[in-house]
Write a protein that binds this ligand. Structure first.
Ligand code: NAP
Length: 448
């Protein structure tokens, strides 16, 4: 889809103001491409520079993070928090620790998060943050000192009613614990609602760990149901082997699917007997080793391919759950050629625009991450609810809420796409429905 000519100046201004931030340009373009039909029906949405404002973060914070490594050397990283949009509630979105983190990456993630959070129907704005810190190979002590140093600056910008970070790539419960501890120490307040993704014994929510992967799988199941189909008996390929990937695999298996491949940034494992999820959890969550260990420990026919392309493994359903732009046009052609019928994005923007177009042209059901992976942030909002009421829900109760939220997001996207004459186009449905909710709140709050 091309950008409507009325929206071209908005895109041009984003490019001028954010030079070199290609991922942010990509994410903005994708949303603006969906909005031409909205402006044709509601020209008033273009008033008061609403579109220009929605593309400009409310606040961008960049800071130095000094810390001392195990050899006594001082290391310097850069910390970021982009507080993108708070029209619907406090900024909400994860922190990512990965060497590729830059302002442009954080901005694209914060922009996506704004629409995703709106789609959940919950009172949360959008934000994102992180650091170019590389946790790979760092000791527990180094990770702790880094997290403490990051929080020593970040604490002044966040709060239960202001900005509530969570985890993302490289940030799990351990890191959230170190950051929460430092926040508590500096502020002298046990403010559980300031971070989500906490451990169960110190204010966390059941199902938060599983939520993004489970939610993505619920969304895929709902898409398949529109065609009278389901995950039962399907061959599924899941990229990554981190938080989102592991719990995507778990729910796929619970729904009767067979996961035949997963990966990390070094290589892929293919296991025709079905991936042994307990083994993946042992390798990634306990030993914190590379996925290549799978081949060494698994008896049977598993193979490990260093630098392999996971999307060449034949499957019915592809669930990219590692990182942005990990599935390109050539991968999409391979998947379509092998008979893939559905793609569910667990990661944020893992599919390139060319690949999305190819899937849509081929009639492959395509779930965009800002809708399908919203279960994580939705359960973070449930964690905030439990913190505010000093309550703790059961696993079943919390998962039931997650399932209801995911069904509602699916239906909201599908109905919006129908309403705008693009049935089955979940990308357009998600962008339009998210945009309308954020825009209406922004208009009500005046020019701020
Ligand atoms: P994670 O636990 O750190 O796992 C990330 C996985 O992706 C790892 O297997 C990692 O492999 C792989 N990966 C990361 N960067 C890569 C790269 N540049 N190339 C190839 N593989 C790479 O992170 P996560 O929380 O699962 O997040 C995965 C994706 O889901 C991200 O796009 C994130 O923004 C998105 N997401 C997460 C949540 C959440 O609740 N956690 C919610 C919504 C969306 P290595 O170990 O080798 O690096």
């Amino acid at each position: 889809m091309a950008i409507d000519e009325k929206l071209e100046p908005v895109m041009a201004e984003v490019m001028r103001r954010n030079p070199g931030e290609t991922e942010f340009h990509q994410a903005t373009r994708e949303v603006l491409e969906s909005l031409g039909v909205v402006l044709a029906r509601h020209p008033d949405y273009a008033q008061d520079a609403l579109l220009e404002r929605i593309c400009e973060p409310e606040r961008q914070i960049i800071f130095r993070v000094p810390w001392v490594d195990d050899d006594g050397c001082v290391q310097i990283n850069r910390g970021f928090r982009v507080e993108f949009n708070s029209a619907l509630g406090p900024y909400k979105g994860g922190l990512r620790f990965h060497p590729s983190v830059s302002l442009g990456i954080v901005k694209f993630l914060g922009f996506e998060q704004t629409f995703k959070n709106a789609l959940t129907g919950m009172p949360i704005g959008g934000g994102k943050g992180g650091s170019d810190f590389n946790p790979r190979g760092r000791s527990e002590g180094e990770i702790m000192r880094f997290c403490q140093s990051l929080m020593t600056e970040l604490y002044r910008h966040i709060g239960e009613y202001t900005d509530v970070p969570a985890g993302d790539i490289g940030v799990g419960q351990r890191e959230i614990g170190f950051m929460f501890g430092q926040y508590k120490r500096i502020t002298n307040r046990y403010e559980s609602g300031v971070l989500t993704g906490k451990g169960l014994r110190w204010g966390g929510s059941r199902v938060r760990r599983e939520a993004t992967g489970y939610g993505t799988t619920y969304f895929v199941q709902s898409m398949l149901a529109t065609k009278g189909d389901s995950l039962e008996g399907k061959r599924v390929v899941v990229s990554g082997s981190g938080n989102v990937a592991v719990y995507t695999m778990e729910k796929v298996i619970q729904f009767g699917g067979k996961v035949v491949a997963c990966s990390d940034s070094n290589g892929i494992v293919v296991d025709e007997d079905g991936i042994d999820l307990d083994l993946v959890k042992e390798i990634k969550e306990v030993r914190r080793e590379r996925i290549s260990t799978y081949k060494k420990l698994r008896k049977g026919n598993a193979t490990y391919i260093e630098d392999g392309r996971i999307w060449t493994v034949p499957c019915d359903i592809a669930m990219p759950s590692a990182t942005q732009n990990e599935l390109n046009g050539a991968d999409a052609k391979a998947l379509i050629g092998n008979g893939c019928i559905a793609v569910g994005e667990g990661a944020n923007m893992p599919t390139t625009p060319e690949a999305v177009r190819l899937f849509q042209k081929a009639g492959v059901l395509f779930a965009p991450g800002k809708a399908s992976n919203a279960g994580g942030v939705a359960t973070s909002a449930l964690e905030m609810q439990q913190n505010a009421s000093r309550d703790s829900w059961t696993f079943e109760q919390t998962e039931a809420r997650l399932a209801t939220i995911m069904a509602a997001i699916h239906d909201r996207c599908a109905e919006t796409a129908d309403d705008y004459g693009m049935p089955g186009n979940y990308v357009a449905g998600a962008n339009i429905a998210g945009f309308i909710r954020v825009s209406e709140a922004m208009r009500a709050l005046g020019v701020i």
